[in-house]
Design a binder for this molecule. Structure first.
Ligand SMILES: CC(=O)SCCNC(=O)CCNC(=O)[C@H](O)C(C)(C)COP(=O)(O)OP(=O)(O)OC[C@H]1O[C@@H](n2cnc3c(N)ncnc32)[C@H](O)[C@@H]1OP(=O)(O)O
Length: 513
């Protein structure tokens, strides 16, 4: 079923529900940056940025976000969760400059009785008191019906009466959470259709959780059933198994169901990366839309189909998300995979040489080595015995690390035809090596690029004698460059990745395009 043209609003709750992910705590600075990216770049309709009463740091974050949003006329889009607590949350939100309270009421009889020890009458009275106070202070009010999914299933009369008695109180959105992530798309569709049918004048939001892995599917069902807005988070952050992914929700609402949404898709990967860094929670390489590998064709047959006219492309093209298609090199690669990588590097090879290089790539892949596009020139140089990528060679190297003292490195290096020696010291063996290397390249009038990312991996179930793979992303000032090195010693793996970078940059300097 598709419903073309209806606008569905998106509320991103990365900064509230997302912060309920175990181990995640954003600083006020981080919250401000994420809020800016969500409202100004990705252009979601609303953001929920904190729970009231939590801490002074949270009050500071809310106040800075609202201040920034105010200058752009966006302050009404910044929302804060508050409690039914005789005005404590209202005071807190108002004190922080917030304009919208998302009041947490109880959407199930079980929670109302079991947690608050209240009857429906008592709870309605308390909620009304808080709403009246909030409205009186100039706050807009939305209402969460916490545990609504179980409440609707176990005692729907409680839910209907609660909504009915609060319907005329000035609430903007009634927010229906599947608090424990137990619903299926069919149940969401039926329940929200029922709510919308019973209360056609009200706006309903749906707030999912991913405990059964159905959060995104449930959001789509909610939108189809008539929800005015749906909730999600960047990278699926959220309590327990998380919420629904903003990127997945956005593309599915658009592509699969034909809804209008305001999201600018070209910034989804950027905001995902920002949240990854600030939350410390890495996403899987195959996370839809935003994962590192989702636009990489691995199989040779797929690369061949692309070469013959984008036969394996879908509406999810990398360009749509300001990303790039890659073709993996390994034992599953074929002629077309190699051709696509050579094209990207502007390297021309005869058919015969392509065959030789591909054979070597498959051999390397067979021995579990991962190969990047940047590795390709080295493989070509090795197979064709060219000296093109042999500018820098480490002839000798000693790295010493001791407790409570700076590490030191002593190196002998060949750069083209000259031999250099240098010593360096630093915070750890690799830092000491880089300091020695910087001295050498400086003598050649060169400088080293800055390090943008550094990852060390060992095979799963690793042993102490396992090979280590170090992957470094360098910021060259003219784009990023990613190189890898493999060695049993992780400092030497990083050194190998560094030498590879140096060879590439020296080659580029001598062969400007
Ligand atoms: C939809 C969701 O995910 S809800 C998540 C809401 N966010 C959070 O809980 C994170 C922020 N929370 C906090 O910082 C704290 O829990 C606070 C400041 C709100 C309260 O802290 P404390 O006073 O220490 O209480 P505690 O954390 O144990 O919470 C339990 C109290 O909240 C009450 N409570 C539960 N739900 C609500 C509600 N919707 N409104 C008001 N009070 C509530 C409970 O009845 C209990 O009160 P009691 O101690 O009188 O029995």
């Amino acid at each position: 079923m598709t419903e073309t043209g209806r606008y569905v609003r998106i509320l991103d709750t990365t900064l509230r529900d997302g912060e309920q992910t175990q181990g995640v705590s954003f600083s006020p600075d981080e919250k401000v940056n994420i809020a800016k990216a969500l409202l100004e770049l990705v252009r979601v309709d609303r953001i929920e940025v904190a729970s009231a009463r939590v801490s002074s740091g949270e009050a500071d974050a809310v106040s800075r976000i609202v201040q920034w949003a105010e200058e752009r006329g966006l302050a009404e889009r910044v929302e804060v969760l508050g409690f039914v607590d005789h005005g404590i949350s209202v005071d807190w939100i108002q004190g922080a400059g917030g304009r919208v309270i998302n009041l947490l009421a109880k959407g199930s009889e079980k929670h109302c009785h079991g947690q608050l020890g209240k009857t429906l009458d008592g709870h309605v009275a308390d909620v009304r008191e808080t709403i009246a106070l909030a409205l009186d202070r100039g706050l807009a009010v939305n209402l969460y019906l916490e545990d609504w999914s179980n409440g609707y299933r176990d005692c729907p009369a409680y839910v209907f009466e609660l909504v009915e008695r609060l319907a005329e109180c000035g609430i903007g959105h009634f927010m229906l959470p599947d608090t424990l992530g137990v619903m299926t798309p069919e149940r969401v569709f039926a329940a929200i259709s029922d709510m919308v049918g019973r209360f056609p004048a009200l706006h309903f939001d749906f707030h999912p959780h991913n405990d059964y892995g159905l959060a995104t599917a449930n959001v789509l069902a909610a939108a189809q059933a008539g929800a005015a807005a749906v909730h999600c988070t960047v990278n699926c952050l959220g309590e327990r198994a998380g919420n629904a992914s903003l990127a997945e929700v956005a593309v599915n609402l658009r592509d699969q169901l034909g809804f209008e949404i305001g999201v600018d898709e070209t910034h989804l990967a950027r905001v995902s990366e920002l949240v990854e860094y600030f939350s410390g929670k890495r996403i899987a390489d195959n996370a839809p839309i935003v994962g590192a590998d989702v636009f990489t064709q691995t199989a040779g047959i797929h690369a061949d189909g692309d070469k013959k006219g984008s036969l394996y492309h879908s509406r999810l093209s990398p360009e749509r998300f300001a990303r790039r298609r890659n073709y993996a090199l390994g034992k599953l690669a074929g002629k077309a995979s190699l051709a696509k990588n050579l094209e990207r590097l502007d390297i021309e090879l005869s058919d015969d040489n392509q065959r030789k290089v591909l054979k070597r790539i498959v051999e390397l892949g067979d021995s579990k080595k991962s190969i990047t596009t940047e590795d390709l020139p080295f493989i070509i140089a090795e197979v064709l015995e060219s000296q093109d990528y042999n500018h820098a060679e480490l002839l000798a190297c000693s790295v010493a690390s001791t407790l409570d003292l700076e590490s030191t490195a002593s190196i002998r290096l060949r750069l083209d035809d000259e031999i250099y020696t240098a010593v360096g010291s630093g915070n750890g063996g690799f830092d000491a090596f880089v300091s020695a290397l910087a001295k050498v390249v400086k003598r050649r009038g060169l400088s080293l690029p800055s390090l943008a990312n550094y990852e060390v991996r060992i095979p799963r179930g690793g042993r102490t004698d396992a090979l280590t793979e170090c992957s470094i992303t360098w910021d060259t000032g003219q784009g990023e460059l990613r190189t890898r090195g493999v060695h049993a010693n992780q400092v030497f793996a990083a050194i190998a990745a560094t030498l590879r970078m140096l060879n590439i940059l020296m080659h580029r300097a001598m062969n400007p395009r």
